[in-house]
Design a protein around this ligand. Structure first.
Ligand code: FES
Length: 103
């Protein structure tokens, strides 16, 4: 990948964004999805399934499977692969525990 100053297309320098993931600041660049920022930071899973408590993160990456659901700024069930990260977003692990425990 060429640095922006050597790229003949001369793109603008990337703008940094910082989101808070479970209380930890994570840096990305403007235009990245919430999932992209978290994956680039090495986080592969941010939700567990309701019944089997299996970890989930990105599966399809195109908004079809809903495996990447996460809480963003207090709103549950946000598809992390479809939501563009905005500076200051607060992202939280989404617990899918069923009432009374496992199914
Ligand atoms: S990874 Fe499939 S909807 Fe986000």
């Amino acid at each position: 990948m060429l640095p922006p100053e050597r790229d003949p297309i001369a793109p603008a320098a990337p703008e940094a964004v910082t989101i808070i993931v479970d209380g930890i600041p994570v840096s990305g660049v403007a235009g990245q999805s919430v999932a992209g920022v978290m994956l680039a930071a090495g986080r592969l899973a941010w939700r567990t399934t309701a019944a089997a408590r299996r970890p989930r993160g990105v599966f399809c990456g195109i908004g079809v499977c809903f495996d990447c659901l996460v809480e963003v700024n207090g709103a549950r069930d946000v598809r992390a692969c479809q939501r563009i990260a905005r500076d200051g977003d607060v992202v939280a692990f989404q617990d899918e525990t069923l009432p009374g425990g496992a199914a």
